[in-house]
Structure formats: structure tokens, C-alpha cells
Write a protein that binds this ligand. Structure first.
Ligand SMILES: Cc1cc2nc3c(=O)[nH]c(=O)nc-3n(C[C@H](O)[C@H](O)[C@H](O)COP(=O)(O)O)c2cc1C
Length: 336
């Protein structure tokens, strides 16, 4: 048996450490990685799924897609060209992607800048400081989504923005009345002082909802307990909802979901390089009738995956992640 060079192991650990910084629905971190020499296999961890909110595993695949983007970026930043195959084996439903590296190419400045945001980026929850989001950034974000096989549709028309906000309000109202959904969310929203390294910690959401016009309510992670952090903004003018967009794909298959996740992470990191924060709303997408309304009325027939809001904000959110050792396995020890 040939020994794996230490270098290969170091590369794997670095790549996985970057991958796990990706956003995931309710910070479920629904992934595990199996290393085999110069290749990493990314598996969806069904045990971390949301059977009530996400019965098809669509949000789980988006989350894994975001981790895949980080893994590809990490390989690039080591000066290798990632070779990626998405859903390589129809017989293994959980196998989301495989990434390997052999050939080298110099890292470019843009990749370095994106990579610099991987650990800094945080999901924003609530309102933004007043002021427009640069048009050039929105154009760049649309290009980012397209490069990954998805689309970002900016919803600029006032009537359409209001309609989209209304879907988030309706969904949030509905979700709060559904005991099963409330219980599922509570399982991923640990109480203050929890030592858990997953779920949405109280340090990552505001203690009070801040109304904007139109209003895109956040999820009730505190479940009425009054947990959360006070807002940091010193803005005197009324705070705003920000630029609003829909992340969509042309079809609604598992490969589209993985692409949507890669597109999401490329956009989040790109926005972060501009100092722009992003809020994510999946509430109306989790209710099939509202998702269908958005698809037919607001996204031109394309399949929506997330409502996104972009804006300026002072961020103080702190999130958590599991250790690399909890999610990385060697192909010699574990054969899934
Ligand atoms: C598919 C998907 C759906 C999400 N939906 C929401 C949402 O509805 N509301 C929200 O506040 N955050 C949402 N998030 C953000 C996650 O809660 C966030 O990524 C996670 O808590 C980790 O925090 P971080 O992004 O700050 O690292 C979503 C993320 C993903 C990938």
C-alpha cells in the first residue's frame, strides 16, 4: 500500500475547513466528506435534514452546493485546478459531488478576494442602513449566479417587491401557526449558553424585529423567549429592506439545487467583497403554494429557491460550525 503524502492530507483538511464555512439551512451543516488521496467526496447527511420544512431535501442540496463552491475555491487558492463532478453516481443518492486536483494554475486576484471572505461572511437578519446597493454589484451578482448554472432576478418594481414581501409575511405567519414546523425549527435554535456547534445561535439574530417598507420578516428563531442581540446600527434615517432578488433555476432537479447552492455562495462571497451584507428568506419557498405563486407571478416561470436582500449594515452576528474532525472521514476507515 502506498502511503498518502502528508501534503495531500494537509490539502484535504484545508479544503474541508473552508467548505464547512458555507451557509446551510438553519445551520444544519448537512454534509460529510470522505477523502481518498487527491479526491474529496461530498455526501449529504440525511440525518441532518428537515423532514417537515424540506421533505425533498432541496434546501439540503443547496447547502451542500454552497459547501462545494467553497471546496472548489479552496482548491483554486492552493494553485490547483479543481475537477468537479456533480451527482456522479445515480446509485448513490447521497453523493453530491467529487472534487479532485492534479493540474496547477496560478491563483488570480479575484479568487483570493473571494476566499478572504469565506470566514468573515455572515448571514444578515433584519433591516439595512439606507442607501442604494451599487448597480455594478447587482450586475456582477447576476453574472455570478449565471456562471454556476442559476439565475439572480432582481425584483426592482415596487409592486413586485411588495408582492414578494407579502409572500414572506404570509409564509412566516403560516409557519408560526404550524406546531410541527415550530418544533422542527426549535430543534435547530439552541438556547443561550448552549455549547452546540450547529443550529442558529442567539448571537446570530436580532432581539427585535425591525420593520421596513416593504417588510420581509425574519424567522422566529427565539420562539418567543426574547433571545437575540441588540441592533448595532447608528443610522438616523429609517432603515430599509435593501435590494431584493430571487435565486432561481430553469429546472427543478437535484443538479439544479446543487447549482443553486454554488451560485448562492459565489454571490454571498462576491457581495461580501463589496462590503454588502445579504439576508436570506426561504420561508415562502418551503410552502408549495407560495413557491408556485412566486414561480408563475414573480420569476417568469423559473423555479425559485431563495428570496435574497442585499444592503449595507454593521454586522455583529456570530455563528458556529462543527470541527473538521466531526465531518471528515478517510475512505480507508469509512465506506458509505
Ligand atoms: C437553503 C438555505 C436557506 C436559508 N434560509 C434562511 C431563512 O429563511 N432565514 C434566515 O435567517 N437564514 C436562512 N439561511 C441562512 C442560514 O440560517 C445560515 O447560513 C446559517 O445559520 C449559518 O450562518 P452564517 O451564514 O452566518 O454562517 C438559509 C441558508 C440556506 C443555505
Amino acid at each position: 500500500m502506498t502511503a498518502v503524502p502528508v501534503m495531500a492530507e494537509e490539502i484535504v483538511r484545508y479544503v474541508v475547513a473552508e467548505a464547512v464555512c458555507a451557509p446551510s439551512v438553519h445551520n444544519t451543516q448537512p454534509w460529510r466528506f470522505v477523502a481518498d488521496g487527491q479526491q474529496i467526496s461530498l455526501y449529504a447527511d440525511a440525518g441532518r435534514g428537515l423532514p417537515v420544512a424540506d421533505p425533498d431535501g432541496r434546501e439540503m442540496m443547496i447547502s451542500c452546493g454552497a459547501a462545494l463552491f467553497n471546496a472548489r475555491l479552496a482548491v483554486r487558492c492552493l494553485g490547483y485546478i479543481p475537477e468537479t463532478s456533480v451527482l456522479p453516481d445515480p446509485g448513490q443518492q447521497a453523493l453530491v459531488a467529487q472534487v479532485s486536483w492534479r493540474q496547477r494554475a496560478p491563483v488570480i486576484e479575484f479568487e483570493r478576494r473571494l476566499s478572504g471572505q469565506v470566514h468573515l461572511r455572515r448571514t444578515h437578519r433584519g433591516a439595512f442602513d439606507p442607501g442604494p446597493v451599487p448597480r455594478d454589484l447587482l450586475d456582477e451578482l447576476c453574472g455570478s449566479a449565471a456562471r454556476e448554472g442559476a439565475a439572480l432576478r432582481i425584483v426592482a418594481d415596487d409592486g413586485q417587491r411588495a408582492a414578494l414581501a407579502a409572500t414572506v409575511q404570509t409564509a412566516e405567519h403560516h409557519l408560526r401557526l404550524d406546531a410541527e414546523r415550530v418544533r422542527e425549527l426549535a430543534r435547530w435554535a439552541p438556547a443561550p449558553g448552549s455549547g452546540r456547534r450547529d443550529g442558529v445561535p442567539v448571537t446570530s439574530y436580532p432581539v427585535r424585529a425591525e420593520r421596513t417598507d416593504p417588510y420581509f420578516p425574519g424567522r422566529d428563531f427565539a420562539n418567543g423567549h426574547g433571545w437575540g442581540v441588540p441592533p448595532l446600527s447608528t443610522a438616523r434615517l429609517p432603515r430599509v429592506a435593501g435590494a431584493v432578488g430571487l435565486l432561481t433555476t430553469a429546472a427543478d432537479r437535484r443538479e439544479n439545487w446543487v447549482n443553486a447552492g454554488q451560485a448562492l455562495q459565489r454571490m454571498l462571497l462576491t457581495a461580501s467583497t463589496w462590503g454588502v451584507a445579504v439576508a436570506l428568506h426561504s420561508q415562502p419557498i418551503e410552502l408549495p403554494w407560495l413557491r408556485e405563486f412566486i414561480r408563475t407571478q414573480l420569476s417568469g416561470g423559473a423555479y425559485p429557491h431563495l428570496v435574497l436582500r442585499f444592503g449595507m449594515a454593521i454586522q455583529a452576528a456570530v455563528s458556529v460550525r462543527r470541527d473538521v474532525d466531526d465531518v471528515l472521514f478517510s475512505s480507508r476507515v469509512v465506506r458509505p
